[in-house]
Design a protein around this ligand. Structure first.
Ligand code: UD1
Length: 470
């Protein structure tokens, strides 16, 4: 008889964290996700608010000394961590459902805590608003991460162009506006060597309160940059050109209160579209902004799935026979690097040879070894992955290496024969709101269990096979 494992509730671990408590960092999650593949899915998925928009907009709320009410904020570990960082800076936060109230009237602390910034790269973006509001900011270098070195030189050079003095000492970026009187950044012409999302956001926020006009050339055009610009504009900022490669910001003396709703998460949407394609299931998804997914939809159609726009904010995926294609990740509107791993899972089961070229991050192919453990046939040459489609994947124990890699493993597991067990779920909890509940509602067979229960089960199963007869 099968043992009933200890099932954890369908909720990410962030619910146990307080937005205000900077000391209650989550311990490494000891649970694993078990997925029994080849279940057919059907139904509707409600897409959550965009994580990357929400993180940047939370940093943007530091610019305003009045109430900011954000709605459609996803419930995720990263959001909680960002809340803890704002809280450590003296900001008041209240969360109720998907609404987050932020008041930075008493923003007085200019130093972001290392323990938190080191866990969340996006938190470095507070450097722009801190400098704009207080004339001084001390933010630890976020450090590298699993997907690459991820420097912040473009953020720093842009702030310097706006008149900030910047020193990096003992791993902390210390930026300040020198001189007597009001310590205000000055408008500048900035050219970004590459269209960095984070640098565009940092500098756009810094420029909202600067004296004069700032132009950011070769700016990132991602929808999250546009969302942040719209949020700042709703507070009275003067920004033109967000969504193009040249953004112009005319500084204003102060910003006012705002009620703002975050856009839907295009990467979560893309992940569920792949879930439909890889399990040969028809799914509908809303609310979505289809134009944010042009490259993703085009590639799904190349691979053989149909994506139909049912309503302005609703997509339907209709599966088809999967065939190989080539993908190169690029800044928006090119194919998003955040969808690279999920699409690799899909291409493992697509007929023929595909090549994925990762051009945005230098080390973002950690999922290859894990997909190969599940029976995929992928070889890596530099930043290229050559994927030979196989007829079937088989469930296996695998380890998530980063956020989008963990999504790829979930997708592969949904299509694989037998049981897959995914470890290191803290990556998944960073970026997908209620993923397990959403998948279960569609008919997927999966559960989160404590790791020791899983190990015990495995040992029991092994002992049944290997125990010598008495
Ligand atoms: C954001 C997203 C992330 C996404 C990425 C690219 C957030 C919170 N995260 O990350 O999910 O994968 O955009 O779409 O929004 N670079 C430099 N110097 C800098 C800054 C960046 O060389 O100062 C390089 C990076 O190393 C990387 C490339 O630029 O190779 C793109 O990075 P960037 O667009 O800045 O990514 P993030 O903003 O960190």
């Amino acid at each position: 008889m099968q043992r009933i494992p200890l099932i954890l509730e369908d909720r990410p671990i962030n619910h146990s964290l307080s937005l205000k408590d900077t000391h209650s960092l989550p311990e490494e999650d000891k649970s694993v996700l078990q997925i029994w593949g080849r279940a057919s899915l059907h139904g509707h998925v409600k897409i959550s608010g965009a994580k990357n928009s929400a993180l940047a907009i939370m940093a943007g709320a530091l610019l305003c000394p009045e109430d900011c009410r954000l709605s459609n904020v996803p419930s995720l570990v990263d959001i909680t961590r960002m809340g803890q960082i704002l809280s450590a800076l003296g900001v008041k936060l209240e969360r109720s459902g998907d609404t987050l109230d932020i008041n930075a009237r008493h923003l007085e602390q200019s130093k972001a805590p290392y323990e938190l910034v080191s866990q969340l790269r996006a938190s470095f973006f507070v450097i722009g608003p801190l400098l704009a509001r207080l004339g001084v900011a001390r933010v630890p270098l976020p450090g590298g991460c699993a997907i690459g070195a991820r420097p912040v030189d473009l953020h720093v050079r842009g702030l310097q162009a706006m008149g900030a003095e910047v020193h990096i000492e003992h791993g902390i970026v210390h930026a300040y506006v020198s001189g007597s009187g009001r310590k205000t950044l000055k408008g500048a012409k900035i050219y970004l060597d590459c269209p960095s999302v984070g640098a565009t956001e940092t500098l756009m926020m810094a420029a909202t309160l600067a004296e004069g006009e700032t132009t950011i050339e070769n700016a990132a055009q991602e929808p999250e940059v546009v969302d942040l610009a719209n949020f700042c504009k709703a507070m009275g900022a003067r920004i033109r050109g967000a969504g193009t490669n040249t953004i112009t910001i005319s500084g204003v003396p102060s910003l006012h209160s705002v009620d703002y709703s975050i856009i839907p998460d295009r990467i979560e949407t893309g992940t569920f579209l792949v879930a439909g394609a890889i399990t040969h299931s028809e799914l509908t998804l809303s609310p979505v902004v289809p134009s944010h997914l042009t490259a993703v939809i085009a590639k799904l159609q190349d691979i053989g799935a149909k994506v139909i726009q049912e309503e302005p904010n609703c997509l339907r995926i209709v599966p088809g026979r999967l065939r190989a294609t080539d993908i190169e990740t690029l800044p928006y509107p090119g194919f998003p690097t955040d969808m690279q791993a999920p699409f690799m899972a899909l291409l493992t089961l697509s007929e023929g040879d595909s090549v994925i070229t990762e051009t945005v991050f230098e080390n973002r192919l950690g999922h290859v070894a894990e997909l190969n453990r599940m029976g995929a046939d992928i070889r890596v040459k530099g930043n290229n992955a050559i994927i030979r489609g196989v007829p079937m994947l088989s469930g296996a124990p695998v380890v998530a290496t980063d956020l989008r890699a963990s999504a790829a493993l979930v997708l592969a597991a949904l299509a694989a024969d037998g049981k897959t067990t995914i470890q290191k779920l803290h990556h998944l909890d960073r970026g997908y709101e209620n993923l397990e509940a959403k998948l279960r509602q569609l008919g997927a067979k999966l559960q989160r269990v404590q790791e020791d229960v899983e190990v015990e089960e495995t040992l029991m199963a092994q002992s049944k096979i290997t125990a010598p007869p008495l």
